[in-house]
Design a protein around this ligand. Structure first.
Ligand SMILES: Nc1ncnc2c1ncn2[C@@H]1O[C@H](COP(=O)(O)OP(=O)(O)OP(=O)(O)O)[C@@H](O)[C@H]1O
Length: 325
């Protein structure tokens, strides 16, 4: 039986929140959040000269209607397990002991899951990412991970999240740079930047390994370029964050769901994208998107190859190159 991405209404999550008095981990109940449609303000580059017509659309493409059924009321019970990875904004754990409405889920319809936990000072970034998962619903399961929802709970004064301390961000600045990507910052987002007492998470399908360092075949390169191309069809640019850490293998460890064909290219990808907090919704034509992501993807493959050859960790320079492959 199908288990749609909006079937879960609440999450009871163990292994993340600790009681400061007893030092015991306590389960917490998170409720489903809905990102308002205007949470992310689209960028609009005006078509000031006819010569810009190949690059700019007259308006930003509207969100495609959702194909999901009405939201469900399922309760997910789970426990945070192995640490999988982290970044500027979040910490990701595998989910274990998953139960839906009290029973283990049907493995044919519910994949292995992860929980992506916002750092206490990156609540706005996670909200932005949740918005992009909604915006790209038709790519979930083909070019991006399936997202089973955005959930939150207010923490009480005697609750802490040890993961925030145990997996600190590399840079300690408090400012949430995800907000730089909005022309107008939504009032909800401004409120979120002032809070430090919310546990905010995304529940995502668990994908495979990151794109490894080394030289990649033409087939892999084409597959990955196709992921960015798919997002462009929705007016979504994610070229700002092209890094091999955000390109993960499509899942193949059971239980997992089959990869779907891209609704735009009909190709079934072997790779998927994650991490959309720096996404842009913008009035670019496909040609302009291609100009923007191709250079970033080419540079990412070049760095990945050099990293494989010499174990060099690349710090990306500010300047961008672009052009066709
Ligand atoms: N759905 C997933 N399945 C498996 N691993 C994942 C998944 N999502 C994220 N990860 C792992 O967790 C790491 C951190 O996730 P992500 O890059 O989304 O975090 P972030 O804090 O938004 O990162 P950034 O530093 O780019 O802002 C990823 O590099 C990846 O290894």
């Amino acid at each position: 039986m199908a288990f749609p991405q909006n079937a879960i209404n609440s999450v009871t999550l163990g292994g993340i929140v600790q009681d400061t008095a007893t030092h015991q981990f306590v389960p917490v109940a998170l409720h489903r959040m809905t990102a308002p449609l205007d949470l992310v303000s689209p960028q609009f580059d005006p078509l000031v000269r006819p010569s810009l017509a190949p690059f700019l659309l007259e308006s930003v493409p509207e969100r495609l209607p959702s194909r999901l059924p009405p939201p469900g009321m399922a309760q997910l019970h789970c426990h945070a397990g192995k640490f999988i990875g982290d970044g500027h904004s979040s910490i990701v754990f595998a989910l274990n002991d998953v139960k839906l409405d009290g029973t283990p889920p049907d493995e044919r319809s519910v994949p292995r899951l992860v929980v992506k936990i916002a750092r206490s000072n990156r609540l706005a970034a996670l909200a932005r990412e949740a918005w992009f998962y909604d915006e790209m619903e038709c790519l979930q399961g083909s070019s991006i991970a399936r997202c089973y929802g955005w959930f939150e709970v207010d923490l009480s004064s005697n609750q802490i999240v040890p993961a925030w301390r145990d997996h600190p961000a590399e840079e300690s600045g408090d400012y949430d740079h995800a907000l730089d990507h909005d022309a107008t910052v939504h009032p909800d987002q401004l409120k979120r930047t002032a809070r430090r007492d919310i546990l905010s998470v995304l529940v995502l399908e668990r994908l495979g390994d990151k794109l490894p360092p080394g030289r990649h075949s033409r087939t892999v390169r084409k597959d990955i370029v196709g992921l960015y191309e798919d997002a462009s069809h929705l007016g979504v640019g994610i070229a700002q964050d092209v890094r091999r850490h955000n390109i993960l293998e499509a899942p193949h460890e059971q239980p997992c769901l089959p990869s779907l064909a891209s609704p735009f290219s009909s190709r079934t990808h072997s790779w998927r994208l994650v991490d959309f907090e720096f996404g842009l919704k913008i009035n670019y034509t496909l040609a302009q998107f291609k100009r923007s992501y191709k250079g970033h993807v080419r540079r990412m493959f070049r760095d990945t190859e050099e990293e494989g050859a010499g174990n060099i960790m690349y710090i990306y320079p500010e300047s961008e190159d672009s052009g066709s492959e």
